[in-house]
Design a protein around this ligand. Structure first.
Ligand code: MN
Length: 490
């Protein structure tokens, strides 16, 4: 969906003129080797670009300004191979508007005990050079990720990879245009929020478009395009008998395909990466988009039901972060509970719009009546979500601030048949337990809508919150209600 190698992280090494030309040449040489290794690393999906060592306040300011102006540069990695006095960094860091990763490494892994002399000591000073750098970053209250360890260590490269993916997500959020078809679902609170503050803080532009204008595009879709898309449906999903070419509900499938193609055309034409709609405002549409919204999500678009633009934006951003990873990310809703003390679980679903990237096993294409909205029966994809560790992520607007909430969950294999449930479904156990996980979620004000992720970990959301200087509340196996109450009060 996105060519990750078009994006760059710049590798910037700090030093000073004190050491002389020979040492500085070595610093450059070593930095280049490290940058090239990162660039070639399979854990780091973006391009890593070596930048010549910076030695003066002017050079540091210049590289920071260049990073700001470069559309491809999504962040910088800084490393102090030698000692780089940090007052030299103040002007540059003041100007810097891109995420920063402070890498605390050194070129050699081991101390060469038999050979070590003062030349070696002069060159390999990051153990104290990076402390000077850490001080100024803390003094200036600059949010950053700190990664510690030898640069060839797989764990170090994995952490840099995660940060790079999150920087991609930040870049996406900064440039994201989201189309709202219809307003918020009437009277619902958590899906509301301040769109002006959101644009100021995140860059996210949320704007409304008339459903009638979307319907106009939907009605212009040609029969040939619809026929091609239906062939794709038939090749990809198990079709319910009534949706087959001679089936009684075939016309519903034709209408669903028309809606999907219309939404796609509208979003592509306007450069939108995400959208919302609401079943309360579908004027001129014959069905609530089901399969269309599901497939748009699978293609990488953000989606939120009932006007939920915050969750829609997060679906898009998390899909961008996860580009190329196994597993999926979907719009999700905690729907109903299984309070069996021996096997407590949450059933996650939505009335239609769950992304098939989280499916395990076959995906069925079905048509069923929908109890609300007063429209024709919508076509939808029905499947079970896969087992394994997952996250539920919620972005809420508390008026004075945005809060990002993460609950780590363990999805269980869906073995039940659900013969009468016409929606996609997931079953999971919240951490640290059903009781504490749900209590903590309610205390923190988490929404009923979430982004459900199978392939991102809490570390991604930690880095994301850091980049946007946003509060993060994590509910995991260590969560205790008493501690959380104190945390939320601060
Ligand atoms: Mn909902």
């Amino acid at each position: 969906m996105i060519n990750l190698k078009q994006f760059e992280v710049w590798f910037v090494t700090g030093s000073q003129h004190l050491y002389g030309e020979a040492t500085l040449r070595k610093v450059d040489e070593h930095s280049k080797i490290i940058a090239e290794a990162f660039d070639a690393s399979s854990s780091i999906p973006v391009k890593v670009v070596f930048k010549p060592v910076v030695k003066t306040p002017e050079e540091i300011l210049t590289i920071c300004n260049e990073a700001n102006y470069s559309n491809n540069c999504i962040g910088i990695i800084t490393w102090m191979h030698t000692f780089s006095p940090s007052k030299m960094w103040i002007k540059g860091l003041t100007a810097l508007q891109k995420p920063l990763l402070h890498l605390h490494t050194q070129f050699n892994r081991d101390i060469p005990f038999d050979e070590i002399d003062m030349d070696f000591m002069n060159l390999n000073q990051s153990a104290h050079g990076d402390r000077e750098h850490g001080f100024i970053l803390t003094k200036m209250k600059i949010n950053r990720k700190i990664v510690v360890g030898h640069w060839q260590d797989a764990r170090v490269q994995a952490q840099i990879g995660i940060w790079s993916r999150v920087a991609l997500g930040r870049n996406e959020m900064k440039n994201l245009k989201l189309a709202r078809f219809g307003d918020n679902m009437r009277q619902v609170a958590v899906t509301e929020g301040n769109k002006v503050t959101a644009e100021e803080k995140f860059g996210l532009a949320v704007n409304t478009f008339a459903v009638g204008d979307l319907v106009k595009v939907i009605n212009q879709i040609s029969d040939a395009e619809i026929a091609t898309l239906i062939k794709e449906y038939e090749a990809t999903y198990e079709m319910m008998a009534s949706l087959k070419s001679d089936g009684a509900m075939r016309s519903s499938l034709v209408e669903a395909a028309r809606i999907e193609l219309g939404i796609k055309a509208f979003l592509e034409d306007g450069g939108f990466g995400a959208y919302t709609n609401t079943f309360e405002d579908l004027h001129g549409m014959r069905q609530l988009p089901g399969i269309g919204s599901q497939r748009m999500m699978a293609a990488g678009y953000g989606y939120g039901g009932e006007g939920d633009w915050k969750t829609s934006a997060m679906v898009r951003v998390m899909k961008v972060m996860a580009t190329g990873l196994e597993g999926g990310n979907s719009f999700m809703e905690d729907y109903t509970y299984h309070f069996d003390p021996a096997n407590p679980m949450v059933l996650g679903s939505h009335m239609l719009e769950i992304c098939p990237t989280i499916a395990s096993g076959k995906v069925n294409c079905e048509v069923h009546p929908l109890g609300i909205g007063g429209k024709e029966d919508p076509v939808r994809l029905v499947f079970n979500a896969g087992a394994g560790p997952a996250l539920n992520v919620s972005l809420i607007d508390l008026g004075s601030k945005f809060r990002l909430l993460v609950n780590e969950v363990e999805a269980v294999e869906v073995t039940e048949k659900f013969p009468k449930l016409p929606t996609a479904r997931a079953l999971w156990k919240p951490q640290p337990s059903m009781e504490v996980g749900l209590q903590a979620w309610l205390m923190a004000g988490g929404a009923h809508h979430t982004v459900y992720s199978q392939n991102l970990t809490t570390e991604y959301l930690e880095d994301f919150a850091e980049m946007f200087d946003m509060e993060l509340v994590v509910i995991d196996k260590d969560t205790k209600i008493r501690d959380l109450r104190k945390e939320l009060r601060f």
